[in-house]
Design a protein around this ligand. Structure first.
Ligand code: PGA
Length: 231
């Protein structure tokens, strides 16, 4: 059975109120209907991960506490510190979020570009994540991107596909996914870059693609729920 992971990356969007409104609308949307139909679908299962800005994680975790535990939805963060807790102004350590989230996105191309994140720094963050029981989702931009030891899930996100409305060709994305599985022993590969309800199935039906990382289209509860249903 194919186990799809559908990850929403909110990037630097939403206030506490907006996040609250999103979650209520999302949980009351077709999402719940989708969940019921999923129970009957034996060849495919889906898990959802929402990665808000770290400041919103506690509020969303509080809302999810009251939700039926059968609903396959988890939280993640978009980054963690390469250090453990201590005198590191502005940083959030993995151990500070571990009770609230299950996943962490690392090495996103926006962080590599805007914050000069290097492979070495990303490796340290992967190590911190693993030490603290968080599951790293490492973003790779091409076949050449190095994958730190201890990585099991990657998201292939060609830079030109991000936020551009120009998603990668699914055949190309599947070839890159196969490369990482065969050559780098990665067990799980997501595709990211301009994923929408209209194109999601073209990726999730690929043999080597195990889910999607969704940016802009994950900000609207209705559109995100549609992506999940159509994946
Ligand atoms: P996008 O972003 O879906 O808005 O293209 C994807 C990402 O950057 O993870």
């Amino acid at each position: 059975m194919k186990k799809l992971l559908i990850v929403g990356n909110w990037k630097s969007h939403k206030s506490v109120e907006e996040a609250h409104t999103f979650m209520i609308a999302f949980l009351n949307s077709t999402f719940v209907n989708w969940l019921h139909s999923q129970e009957e679908n034996k060849d495919k299962s889906k898990r959802v991960v929402i990665c808000p800005p770290t400041i919103l994680v506690a509020e969303l975790a509080r809302l999810l506490e009251h939700v039926d535990s059968k609903i396959p939805i988890d939280l993640g963060v978009q980054d963690i510190s390469p250090f453990s807790i201590g005198p590191h102004t502005g940083e959030v350590a993995a151990s500070e979020v571990r009770g609230l989230v299950k996943y962490v996105i690392l090495g996103h191309s926006e962080r590599r570009r805007e914050f000069d994140e290097t492979d070495d720094l990303i490796s340290k963050k992967v190590e911190e994540a693993n030490k603290n029981g968080l599951i790293p989702i490492v973003c790779v931009q091409s076949k050449e991107t190095s994958v730190p030891d201890g990585t099991h899930i990657i998201a292939y996100e060609p830079v030109e596909a991000i936020g551009s409305g120009l998603p990668d060709d699914p055949v190309d994305a599947d070839t890159v996914a196969a490369f990482f599985k065969e050559e780098k022993s990665i067990s799980y590969v997501l595709y990211g870059g301009s994923v929408t309800p209209e194109n999601v199935q073209r990726y999730t039906s690929c043999q080597n693609i195990d889910g999607v990382l969704v940016g802009g289209a994950s900000l609207d509860p209705k559109i995100f729920a549609e992506i999940i249903q159509l994946a």
